[in-house]
Design a protein around this ligand. Structure first.
Ligand code: DUC
Ligand code: ZN
Ligand code: ZN
Length: 461
């Protein structure tokens, strides 16, 4: 099927313009004015996008689907997670293939391919999370690059995945040889353990203790340390899920000294605060994620950083558990599986509360959700771009359409919605994936069209 998306306001990282888009054979064939008046239009289906915003499909570069955490498995697997992603306008997720200790990187990659293959309703790619650094892992970085798994992830906390500072240094230095970088989860693990021991000794075992054991300084210290390590390794690094003013300040100081540092944040750190951890009836557990949400002053600081282009990407850290799973920690907050859903709501939240409230521009939204992740993660201009030759991945937002976020209406396989009751003004209307119309009027009409995206080396912006 051939489509012409007519008269939409096409958004790029640089500008907005009104034009028509011809989609054919999975690709964007033409972006020109008045295509519907040409012979090309005869056998094309016309989609009228007048008054709507036409974005390159959104990329969520931070999801955890079908991941084992704390003795349970995330509620969303690749089937439910990518259905939620696509109705939210995300046409590519980059999930974390995770090496368990004792496994090789190739085994981890093969495990993740098995989890995802044939089940995805949006395109998917993998970063490789290295949890066991040894000679074999070092050798297999080359294999990962060959396979199109061209970016990596390291954890400075979580016993199952943590690497020490020396190991992080070695990995970052090795990645430099391949012209690539890692995203790093920055928290000071021993300090968290000491704070937890104090809370437990006092009998403070509820979810409200969670943020107190992982305060902003625990994150900021780890970021500082990571940036010292990255400087020694002489390689750029991505600080994932940046939550706070203290965290951003560490990044800004390093940048001021000439270091290349990328920063990612997530909607929960922009729109939710730490008061959610104190919700009654164990509802605070639904918000337990690491690092935790902060104060409203931190939110303001992050919005300002977005406005100043100091943050490069907005992803979700989608890592969902049902309220039943969260109950694993009913008597001990450290047993609550960490993570929240979010893959479905990111685009609409960022449009409504970012663009709609004048905090970011349409062009910035395009850079944060599409163009920059595509560049940094080695798939631009195949993704992240509306231009002839790019994949036919398009997300159309209707700025006049409204809704209220409700758990019972969501595709995410969870019985609660972290943004329950949030009003949306600017809904995902239609989504094209590989030139196919897969979401119409906000509803999934064609499932299972996703394919694996083998990526190239990043653009080290
Ligand atoms: N944080 C979470 O809350 N969940 C998954 C992984 C992470 O870093
Ligand atoms: Zn993390
Ligand atoms: Zn994560």
């Amino acid at each position: 099927m051939k489509y012409i998306i007519k008269n939409g306001t096409i958004v790029s990282g640089k500008e907005t313009k009104t034009a028509d888009i011809l989609l054919e054979d999975g690709m964007i064939e033409k972006v020109e004015e008045n295509l519907t008046n040409t012979p090309i239009a005869i056998d094309a289906k016309i989609i009228d996008a007048s008054g709507k915003y036409v974005f390159p499909g959104f990329i969520d570069a931070h999801t955890h689907f079908d991941l084992e955490v704390s003795g349970t498995v995330t509620a969303d697997d690749f089937e439910t997670g990518t259905k939620a992603a696509i109705v939210g306008g995300t046409t590519l997720v980059i999930d974390f293939a995770t090496q368990n200790k004792g496994e090789t990187l190739k085994e981890a990659s093969s495990n993740w391919h098995k989890k995802a293959e044939g089940r995805c309703s949006c395109d998917y790619a993998f970063h490789m999370a290295i949890s066991d650094w040894n000679q074999e892992a070092r050798r297999q970085i080359a294999d990962m690059m060959e396979e199109g798994i061209t970016t990596f992830k390291l954890y400075m906390t979580y016993p199952a995945m943590i690497l020490n500072d020396g190991e992080i240094y070695e990995v970052l230095k090795e990645l430099k040889k391949y012209g690539t970088f890692a995203g790093v989860h920055c928290e000071n693990a021993p300090l968290i353990d000491a704070f937890i021991a104090e809370k437990k000794a006092k009998g403070h075992l509820g979810p409200d203790s969670h943020p107190l054991c992982r305060p902003p300084q625990v994150e900021a210290e780890a970021i500082h340390r990571l940036l010292v390590i990255a400087k020694e390794a002489d390689n750029p690094v991505m600080v994932v899920h940046t939550t706070s003013k203290a965290a951003m300040e560490e990044i800004e100081i390093a940048r001021a000294k000439g270091q290349k540092v990328y920063a990612e944040t997530c909607p929960q750190y922009l729109l939710l605060d730490d008061s959610y951890f104190s919700l009654p009836d164990f509802k605070g557990a639904n918000y337990v994620c690491s690092p935790p949400m902060r104060k409203s002053a931190d939110q303001d600081y992050l919005w300002e950083a977005l406005k100043l282009d100091e943050i490069q990407t907005i992803s979700t850290d989608h890592c969902s558990f049902t309220t039943e799973q969260k109950k694993m920690g009913i008597h001990d907050f450290t047993k609550i599986p960490n993570g929240m859903p979010g893959v479905e709501t990111r685009g609409e939240l960022m449009y409504t509360y970012g663009v709609g409230q004048g905090k970011i521009t349409l062009e910035q939204m395009c850079r944060l959700l599409s163009e920059t992740p595509a560049r940094l993660y080695g798939c631009y201009p195949q993704k992240g771009c509306i231009a002839p030759g790019s994949d036919g991945d398009i997300t159309i937002i209707d700025p006049h359409k409204t809704k209220t976020i409700r758990a019972e209406k969501q595709m995410q396989n969870v019985d609660y919605a972290p943004f329950e009751g949030f009003e949306i003004k600017g809904c995902v209307d239609s989504v094209f994936l590989g030139g196919k119309l897969v979401v119409e009027d906000g509803k999934l009409v064609k499932a299972n069209q996703g394919r694996f995206i083998s990526r190239r080396q990043p653009e080290l912006l």
